[in-house]
Design a protein around this ligand. Structure first.
Ligand SMILES: Cc1ncc(COP(=O)(O)O)c(C=O)c1O
Length: 375
């Protein structure tokens, strides 16, 4: 009997979808999967309504020209280096297909964002994981990063702001990472989908330090609170965009045309209306609410510098039991580790949810912890 390729072992349901499904089944508060609970801004929705019926056919695989121009303007790059993709996920996939293959290694940090491992393997390459140090905060281990680089290393796959840790590279770290990439002649894939979601200083854009070797990944879904629209982008080093776009044409060919047109209008509107500032303020308040709530329960938290995720230690709890018995869905740290053990009791909380749900989750957690401590 014919069978599917062994590669389909990679097709397992992600822990994020799994926890969301269980949360819906059990009526639990879902602080697991990272999708906003509020609708996208009106200026985006209205632009999409205008575009449907007007911009409806295939666009070039590299993207609708006006969207490439809007992205370039927003990021202060040239449109020739911009490729539009179906979200950050397809951008990362197109880069995996374009940059490495069998026999190559790709160095990344652990905990890692879930798509990095299967995408690297689908391209035939091997992920090499360097653990982040967890003290009072998440720290990059630069000597360990250099030790992980070998003759087969083709690329560094980096994230800042970082999901799940919420950490961002300091200027010194970014410079040292770029120096390593230059010394070993490596590509850098810089996943910057949370580039506008920070709480202190704006994160460093790695391409500004090494435009000749950095591919930046971005996401309109993350920026404009429309994760289901699947519009993202890649900024490539000079001259490489046509080949990368040529690779993505074999998967989705192009992203949804009217939504590309809507995002082209929305990117300048978001700047003009101070939308990202509003986003940062709103998420900053919800981050504080969650963090203070968890601290008031005596739990150890690691304050994020960006993203809408917060990591915390809930010793000896099990995520599915907490969901079933405590009615709160969170992601277990083990979901972000494959080579090294996850720190004991590590969990990721998403705070892109209404304040009322965060407050309720803290109450439920309190009740659950009280019961659990007495048992
Ligand atoms: C670090 C990181 N990169 C990429 C993505 C994927 O972005 P998109 O939803 O645009 O595919 C996510 C989504 O959660 C993410 O957290």
């Amino acid at each position: 009997m014919a069978s599917l390729h062994p590669r389909t072992q990679l097709s397992k349901e992600s822990v994020f979808s799994h926890m969301s499904r269980l949360a819906a089944q059990h009526g639990a508060i879902n602080l697991g999967q990272g999708f906003p609970s509020n609708p996208p801004p009106n200026f985006l929705l209205e632009a999409a309504r205008r575009a449907i019926g007007t911009v409806d056919q295939y666009t070039p695989p590299i993207g609708l020209p006006r969207l490439r121009e809007a992205i370039a303007e927003d990021l202060a790059v040239v449109p020739e280096n911009v490729v539009v993709t179906a979200g950050g996920t397809e951008a990362l996939h197109a880069l995996a297909e374009s940059l490495y293959g069998p026999g190559d290694e790709v160095v990344m940090f652990e905990p890692y964002f879930d798509v990095y491992i299967p995408q690297t393997r689908i391209a035939g390459a091997e992920p090499v994981l360097v653990p982040m140090r967890l003290t009072d905060r998440w720290e990059v281990d630069l000597p360990a990063l250099e030790r992980a680089i070998g003759v087969r290393t083709q690329a560094l796959l980096l994230t800042s702001p970082y999901n799940p840790t919420g950490s961002v590279f300091s200027h010194a770290e970014a410079e040292q990472i770029v120096a390593l990439a230059r010394k070993h002649d490596l590509w850098i894939i810089s996943d910057e989908v949370y580039d506008e979601l920070y709480f202190n200083q704006p994160p460093i854009k790695l391409r500004e330090l090494a435009p000749e070797r950095v591919f930046t990944v971005g996401s309109a879904g993350k920026r404009l609170e429309a994760t289901g629209w699947r519009i993202g982008w890649i900024v490539t080093p000079p001259g490489l965009a046509p080949e990368v776009a040529g690779m993505r044409q074999w998967s989705s060919f192009c992203s949804a045309a009217p939504l590309q047109a809507a995002v082209a209008e929305a990117l300048p509107a978001a700047r003009k209306e101070g939308f990202y500032q509003h986003l940062r303020e709103s998420y900053g308040q919800r981050k504080d609410l969650l963090e203070q709530g968890l601290k008031s329960l005596g739990l150890k938290t690691f304050s994020p510098a960006g993203t809408y995720f917060l990591t915390a230690i809930l010793p000896d709890l099990e995520a599915e039991t907490l969901l079933r018995d405590g009615q709160v869905a969170v992601i277990p740290g083990s979901a972000f580790y494959i080579h090294n053990p996850a720190p004991r009791g590590l969990f990721r909380f998403a705070f892109c949810k209404p304040a009322s749900e965060i407050e309720r989750a803290i109450e439920l957690l309190q009740t659950y912890l009280e019961r659990w401590r007495l048992s």
